[in-house]
Every structure is written in C-alpha cells, then in structure tokens.
Design a protein around this ligand. Structure first.
Ligand code: PMT
Length: 319
C-alpha cells in the first residue's frame, strides 16, 4: 500500500463523471424548488445530503472485478425518510441498487409476495400488505417526490462517489449553515488509481495478480475546510473493536472538525449508536423491534442543527 494521495491528484486522475452536466442541472433545479423568495431575500429550507451504501473499488478499467463494501444502505434510506418528515430537503447520494427510502419493507426475495390476482384477473396488492404499502405510497408522494424535496443521485465506484460529493458540497443548497452532511456511506479507504489500473480483464493465466493499493484521501477534511466550511457535518465511525470506537470517534471529531460523529460497532449498529459531540457522548438505543433507530437519531440531529443555525444567526447579528 502506498501513502495517502492529496485530494487534487485523486480528482485529476479519476475518470470523469459521465453525466456531470445532468447532475449539475438537477442540483440547480432542486435548489430553486427548495428556495423561498421573500421580502428579505432568498430563504432556503434546511438541506441535508445523506450518503448511503458502499463504494466499490474497480480492479480493471473495463471492470469485471471490484472490491466492495458491506453496507446495505438501510441506515441512509431510513434516515432520509425521517429527515423529510422533519421538513428537510434531502439529497440522497446512494449506491446503485442499495436500499431506497419508502421501499425498505418490500420483501428482499420477491416483490410478488406483495401481490395477488383478483377475481377479474386484475393484479392487486395482497390484503396482508395493504396498510404497509398504502402508508409508504402516501409518504413517498407527499413528502418525497410529490413535494420535490427529494433528489436522488447514484454512485457505484469510489471515483463517482467523491466527485458527486464534491458537486453537492459546493452547490448552493448545502454550503451555508442550513446545509447538513450526514455521511453514512461506507467509503473505501484504499483504491487502485485509474492510471495504474489494468485496462482489460485481468487474466488468470498470468498467475496471481500483484497490485498496489493507494490510500483514498480523507475527504472529510476537504469538505470541512474547502467545500462547505459552514455546513453542519455529521460523519459516521464504524469499528469492529469496542475498545477503540469512542476514541476513534473523538479523533475524527477533532481532526476533521465535525459537528457530530455517530459511532457504531459492526455487531450492534442496528441496535445502538453513540452520538459523540464536543464534550458529550449520548448512547441511543432502539427501544423495540418496531422502532427505527434512525427516528431517534434524526430527531436529535435536527435539534442540534437548528441550534447551530440559530447560534450562527445570532453571531451574524452581533457582528
Ligand atoms: O448501510 P447499512 O447496512 O445500514 O450500514 C450502515 C453503516 C454501518 C455503514 C453506517 O452506520 C456507518 O457506520 N457508515 C460509515 C462507515 C465508514 O466508512 O466508516 P469509516 O470509519 O471507514 O469512515 C469514517 C468516515 O470517514 C465516514 O463518514 C466516511 O464517509 C468518511 N471517509 C471515509 C473514507 C475516506 N477516504 N474519506 C472519508 O471521508
């Protein structure tokens, strides 16, 4: 493995995003939809960028094989629903094919389980799932798409993810204090730089391949210092060893100047998290199997974000 590259080199050598112009347009439209023009100027709904799912690291430019990350995207999808409910406009930056807001309860194996054929040979939702589907459609239309407050952007590779994150972070909707980053995606730490990657499928006849992995630059630092210095930043810390979890979360909080770090362990991340802020550690636990842990997390974050916005406004009036 070689040392961490600087962010500039990472972006200069990454394959360019194929649909960059289309994404830019979508961000502008989203921004306009979620701005309110009043006598005092342009006001914006609080906006959060939720990152979700795992990034891949391709091993070949014409990619057949890649290194993947375990994340299902459930946390990001559930959190998006609760952010929308709390009045946020949400940019849901997610892995293609990962879990989606309002679709979390659809069966994994076959969506046919949800369907029946009635006496007139028409397809309908099975009686047993009517309530769940109706509620999901209702929320999806009202808060999500119908309201124009949910923008979905997709990535697969680490190259796509970081380029999209940069575009979102420098777009108008997330740069000020009303912008929040909720970085729940499982982001690759190591990758094969594009220019040293095999062009074609690696041949087994050549024996076991040897490749050097480089370190992906930690973009939290760039996000905080350059892209969106005023935004409210929430990063996640995932560990497998409970002895180092909080210490690593504290380190991330200080080193990357995050507002909050949500610390979780692989073995228990669906049941509890520790919310680490400057000077406080708050354990949030799922109270029963019907409850989403994300409901409590988002409630807490929305409160802290709101205080942060008020604090910044008071500072501005004092100046
Ligand atoms: O999707 P689910 O299956 O529901 O799982 C949810 C989750 C366990 C993936 C989620 O709760 C979680 O912990 N996500 C963060 C996982 C992770 O990448 O942790 P990390 O310790 O490797 O990175 C810490 C932070 O640094 C992350 O917020 C990441 O966005 C950021 N990072 C990581 C690598 C990198 N090169 N640059 C970064 O900025």
């Amino acid at each position: 493995m070689v040392g961490a590259e600087d962010p500039e080199t990472f972006f200069e050598t990454a394959p360019p995003l194929r649909d960059a112009d289309a994404v830019r347009t979508k961000l502008q439209e989203f921004n306009a939809r979620n701005s309110i023009i009043s006598a005092g100027g342009v006001d914006r709904r609080p906006t959060v960028c939720v990152t979700s799912g795992g990034t891949t690291v391709p091993l070949e430019q014409r990619c057949v094989r890649y290194i993947d990350n375990f994340s299902s995207g459930h946390r990001g999808a559930a959190s998006t629903e609760y952010f929308l409910k709390a009045g946020y406009a949400v940019i849901f930056l997610h892995r293609r094919g990962s879990c989606q807001p309002y679709c979390r309860f659809l069966p994994d194996d076959s969506f046919l389980k949800f369907l029946d054929v009635n006496e007139e040979s028409k397809v309908q939702v099975a009686e047993s799932h009517q309530t769940a589907v109706k509620e999901s459609i209702w929320d999806y239309c009202k808060v999500g798409y119908g309201g124009g407050s949910l923008l979905k952007l997709q990535f697969t590779t680490i190259f796509e993810y970081l380029q999209l994150l940069r575009m979102v972070a420098t777009s108008v909707s997330t740069v000020g204090q009303r912008g929040m980053f909720y970085l729940a995606a499982a982001v690759s730490d190591f990758y094969v730089p594009w220019d040293s990657m095999a062009k074609h499928k690696i041949q087994s006849a050549g024996g076991p391949p040897e490749m050097r992995l480089s370190q992906v630059p930690k973009m939290l630092a760039v996000l905080r210092d350059q892209w969106a210095p005023l935004a409210f930043c929430v990063s996640f810390k995932l560990e497998t060893n409970s002895d180092i979890l909080v210490q690593k979360a504290d380190m991330a909080l200080n080193k990357y100047k995050m507002n909050i770090v949500v610390a979780n362990l692989l073995a228990t991340y669906k049941e509890q998290v520790i919310i680490v802020t400057n000077g406080a550690r708050n354990t949030v636990r799922r109270r029963n199997s019907d409850e989403d842990l994300e409901e409590q997390i988002i409630k807490l974050l929305a409160q802290k974000h709101s205080k942060y916005i008020c604090g910044s406004q008071m500072d501005a009036t004092r100046v």
